[in-house]
Design a protein around this ligand. Structure first.
Ligand code: HEM
Ligand SMILES: *[C@@H]1O[C@H](CO)[C@@H](O)[C@H](O)[C@H]1NC(C)=O
Ligand SMILES: *[C@@H]1O[C@H](CO)[C@@H](O)[C@H](O)[C@H]1NC(C)=O
Ligand SMILES: *[C@@H]1O[C@H](CO)[C@@H](O)[C@H](O)[C@H]1NC(C)=O
Length: 342
């Protein structure tokens, strides 16, 4: 009996330990590819620059990927996976469908990296490097990123639906969401400053123009002239896909976003609420007056957000849209998003 136990003990350990102790993800580090792909960062920068010259908005669109990737089961490239017959991924989730864009820029970066150093640089790390360059190339801060992430083997539409916040969200909801990731109120406000670049759709603002909180009236915190402008851009019953600027300088990463919030000219409800709510207002005010402080806190927030990891097993994908050995699907699934926002 004792012998049997002794024989079984190693087995018990091999099977039980991994379950009990979550497979600790290897620590991320700057310069992770210094030996295996020394030009990785230069290559990412070059492709990003080309993409942003071709289409200036692509910087914002790619930078947004970091948020949508890292919040759903860690920064693991899961949001880049296409749906398969057995898996509904994140691309058609409520916040991503008809909204996330510039996936082709990540494909271009991946292709360039596969040519230089095959199967070495993860798609998850591409998102982190590309986001940083999108900010830096838009006039924002530059910083050293930690690398060494693996790509996930699956993606979950349901998780993305559950987690990603709606543009209707108020500041207290957002504070609670960010707290789940150990991101502070300061991190929330600083990271929202990413809306200093890029666009949003009418789909994301009509409710606050015509039916804020079901009142049948506009959000009273919108400054009247700005409201007129938004009403013209987004008439009731108009095309929800028309886009507007998230701040007054949408190609420049600066603190204009916070000045706009102070003036009641935030585009999204989730933006303006950061100024109207007492717990977040002081940060908005401070960043509107001190761009350097905004940059510093923004970089801190990006690094913290980039540290989110699920600890699940991963791989280095060859193609960011499919797991290795998987088949890309030609047909695109349909998903109707029924009156999610109005
Ligand atoms: C705090 C909660 C947040 C909410 C509720 C939110 C929501 C949104 C919405 C609704 C849009 C416009 C989408 C559309 O209308 O199609 C948008 C755009 C954008 N978001 Fe956020 N966001 C948040 C935080 C963040 C964070 C943390 C980042 C990055 C660090 C980010 C980066 C961006 C960028 C760059 C755009 C513009 C994208 C483009 O022009 O294609 N957002 N966000
Ligand atoms: C924020 O929104 C949540 C969810 O819609 C709601 O329960 C809560 O009362 C709101 N909080 C404030 C301070 O408006
Ligand atoms: C406004 O919102 C309320 C509550 O969600 C809803 O019952 C009502 O039908 C909406 N009105 C319009 C015009 O969409
Ligand atoms: C926006 O465009 C998408 C894709 O082109 C389309 O499927 C969707 O119905 C449009 N949405 C609205 C609200 O017009």
């Amino acid at each position: 009996m004792r012998l049997l136990l002794l024989l079984l003990l190693p087995l018990v350990f091999t099977f039980l330990l991994p379950a009990a102790v979550p497979a600790a993800a290897p620590p991320l580090q700057p310069g992770y590819y210094a030996k295996t792909c020394p030009n990785a960062e230069l290559i990412v920068r070059k492709v990003m620059k080309k993409a942003m010259i071709r289409e200036p908005r692509s910087g914002a669109s790619v930078m947004r990927f970091q948020f949508h990737d890292c919040f759903v089961n860690g920064c693991d490239g899961s949001m880049l996976l296409d749906d398969t017959p057995n898996m509904l991924g994140e691309k058609l989730s409520l916040s991503n469908i008809n909204s996330l864009r510039s996936y082709e820029v990540v494909d271009e970066i991946k292709e360039a990296l596969e040519t230089a150093c095959p199967q070495t640089v993860s798609c998850a790390d591409i998102i982190i490097m590309a986001s940083r360059y999108a900010v830096a190339l838009s006039g924002g801060p530059n910083w050293e990123v930690k690398l060494g992430r693996k790509d996930s083997l699956f993606a979950s539409q349901a998780d993305a639906d559950d987690i990603m916040p709606s543009p209707r969200a108020n500041a207290s909801t957002l504070i609670n969401l960010f707290a789940k990731y150990d991101l502070s109120v300061k991190d929330l406000v600083a990271l929202s400053g990413s809306h200093s670049i890029g666009n949003g759709r009418c789909f994301s603002v009509v409710f606050r123009l015509y039916n804020q909180s079901g009142t049948g009236r506009p959000d009273p915190t919108i400054e009247p002239k700005y409201r007129q402008k938004l009403e013209k851009l987004c008439p009731l019953g108009g095309d929800g896909n028309v886009t507007g600027d998230l701040d007054f300088t949408p190609h420049l990463f600066d603190n204009q976003y916070f000045k706009d919030l102070v003036n009641g000219r935030g585009f999204l409800n989730s933006d303006e609420t950061l100024y109207t709510y007492w717990k977040t207002r002081e940060y908005v005010k401070r960043y509107s007056e001190d761009e350097e402080e905004f940059f510093k806190d923004f970089v801190e927030g990006m690094i913290k957000m980039g540290d989110l990891q699920s600890g699940r097993p991963g791989e280095i994908r060859k193609n960011c849209r499919v797991v290795n050995g998987g088949q890309p699907v030609a047909e695109v699934r349909e998903r109707k998003v029924l009156s999610y926002y109005m």
